[in-house]
Ligand binder design. Structure first.
Ligand code: NDP
Ligand code: 8X3
Length: 252
């Protein structure tokens, strides 16, 4: 069933994107793996090539012309993207709105929202032409409910969900599936990026069992492996210890 399917995964160098690349490779899905850290992409390609074909695209999703150039550069055997996983993104900073850092705000809007749009814009025409495709946008529980100091990150993820729902409408005539998968706390490099490596980064996942990147990768594979007539449009996924964005049962 996955034979000859090709998936493009943004943010494949770490966390959810990387785990998804490994999960898809197990199922023999061809991979286009994307990210800024080329050394990591090369290692992943080396590790997965015994399972499936892997092509690297090394670009920053913020840079519109880099995105267009990268997608246009895909060789013939990789250019028909069947599955797009718009995953690249991060939170930058954790400050109340009145003291927030404007560079952090720019990073979150430019990467999480505009980057997702640039990649989608480059990939969708081929899906429309072939009247088939599956787009999964990685949103967040932060896109469902705001929390203190979440401000611009929450806004960026609310935008991801709005864009996902709009894409589903616009792409409906072409038989293209569109979904958002919205996790709560997942233990990845996310908190290191958000807290810029300070001591808060190490406390985020302490005292409870957070979701692991592989848990989300599993779910992504489940979503993309449903029959053609089934589209799981929207998922909210918490670790058992988390009830909403501000309620986490911790043992310490
Ligand atoms: P990681 O920090 O582990 O991974 C982030 C990935 O995004 C990396 O591969 C990174 O690659 C890529 N990325 C970041 N900025 C850019 C950029 N400018 N251009 C290209 N790629 C970029 O975090 P997660 O795996 O946790 O995050 C993945 C997605 O999941 C994000 O959208 C995040 O918002 C979302 N999410 C995470 C949750 C969590 O608790 N961890 C919960 C809910 C949603 P590189 O640096 O090599 O470019
Ligand atoms: C990541 C989950 O709670 O840090 O999107 O916003 S949270």
């Amino acid at each position: 069933m996955n034979k000859n399917k090709t998936a493009l995964i943004t943010g494949a160098t770490s966390g959810i994107g990387k785990a998804t690349a490994y999960e898809f490779a197990k199922h023999r899905i061809q991979l286009v793996i994307c990210g800024r850290r080329l050394d990591r992409l090369k290692t992943i390609k080396d590790e997965l090539e015994s399972l499936t074909k892997v092509h690297i695209l090394n670009f920053d999703v913020r840079k519109k012309s880099e995105v267009e150039k990268a997608i246009k550069s895909l060789p013939d055997n990789f250019k028909n993207i069947d599955i797009l996983i718009n995953n690249a993104g991060n939170a930058h900073g954790f400050d109340p709105i009145q003291t927030g850092n404007i560079d952090d705000w720019d990073a979150m809007i430019d990467i999480n929202v505009k980057g997702l749009l640039y990649v989608s814009k480059a990939v969708i025409p081929n899906m429309v032409e072939r009247q088939s495709g599956h787009i999964i946008n990685i949103g967040s529980s932060a896109g469902k409910e705001v929390y203190p100091k979440g401000n611009v990150y929450c806004a960026s993820k609310h935008a991801v969900i709005a864009i996902t729902d709009s894409m589903r409408l616009d792409l409906n005539p072409f038989g293209i599936k569109v979904a958002s998968i919205n996790p709560g706390l997942v233990e990845t490099e996310f908190s290191q990026v958000r807290f810029k490596g300070d001591q808060n980064a190490n406390t985020v996942y302490k005292g409870f069992k957070a979701l692991q990147a592989e848990d989300i990768a599993d779910i992504i594979y489940f979503v993309i492996s449903r029959p053609t007539h089934v589209n799981i449009a929207d998922l909210l996924v918490f670790p058992t210890a988390q009830a909403n964005n501000t309620t986490v049962k911790k043992n310490i």
